[in-house]
Design a protein around this ligand. Structure first.
Ligand code: SF4
Ligand code: FES
Length: 248
């Protein structure tokens, strides 16, 4: 397969970026999107040109590092997959593909397609943990937790912190991410002890980082590669109300 790539190139955070055009040929339909970019970077090395910087790590859909906006969609055209799990057979031979970084004020561009998502880490550090000592695995298994509750908590815990929800939202809201992190603890006994403090601190940090508010467009849920549900946002709002009333 042959492709024309229009890629956002930006030297550093302060430089003015622009779209640059590249050609790649003889791409296997079974290559992943990132492998196709590896081929392009091999070509650029051979031509003594600066390679295209992009984030990646596991290439298995679990770390949340890959973060490209492809033809106007976070993680590209396929639903419920990350960029590293997107294969070139999802495109047509000869197609022009536009590749941009995730864009949001809270995710400044570092170089080319790499953005700084450390805001998510600071939100996690504000409360995305439990300090309750759960003991070893045998002790944990003695805590009776209903199957449906455990399954719902696990669904929320599937969030990989990729930031597609922010990049997709017209308000650059991080509510889906934060609500998944709040929910994964809020439903379990181990998470209830610090529940009020957790939601208040995480929401305060989210606001301090400059993310926008949620206006219920639902775009985040549509583009989330892990299928994180909007119900988590409703749960986080309830948790936040409850914490506010308790502190009053
Ligand atoms: S909620 Fe979905 S889109 Fe947002 S960070 Fe988590 S996995 Fe990524
Ligand atoms: S590189 Fe880890 S999720 Fe894509």
């Amino acid at each position: 397969m042959d492709f024309t790539l229009k890629i956002w190139r930006q030297e550093n955070a302060n430089a003015k970026g622009s779209m640059q055009e590249y050609k790649v040929t003889d791409i296997s339909s079974d290559m992943s999107f990132l492998e196709m970019l590896d081929v392009l970077n091999g070509q650029l090395v051979d031509q003594a040109q600066d390679v295209v910087s992009f984030d990646n790590d596991c290439r298995e859909g679990v770390c949340g590092m890959c973060s490209l906006y492809i033809n106007g969609e976070a993680h590209g055209p396929k639903k419920l997959v990350t960029t590293c799990q997107l294969y070139m057979r999802s495109f047509t031979d000869g197609q022009t593909i536009y590749i941009e970084p995730f864009r949001a004020n809270a995710f400044p561009v570092i170089k080319d397609l790499v953005v700084d998502r450390s805001a998510f880490e600071r939100i996690q550090q504000a409360g995305g943990y439990t300090s309750f000592n759960t003991g070893g695995a045998p002790y944990g298994n003695t805590l009776p937790i209903a199957k449906e509750v455990a399954a719902e908590a696990f669904d929320a815990a599937e969030c990989i912190g990729c930031g597609a929800c922010v990049a997709t939202c017209k308000n650059a809201s991080a509510m889906l991410f934060v609500s998944a992190k709040v929910s994964q603890f809020a439903m379990l006994p181990q998470g209830k002890i610090e529940a009020h403090q957790r939601v208040e601190n995480m929401v305060a940090q989210m606001d301090a980082e400059g993310f926008g508010n949620c206006t219920n467009t639902g775009a985040c849920e549509v583009e989330c590669p892990k299928g994180i549900s909007l119900e988590n946002i409703a749960r986080m709002n309830r948790e936040y109300c409850s914490a506010s009333l308790a502190s009053e």
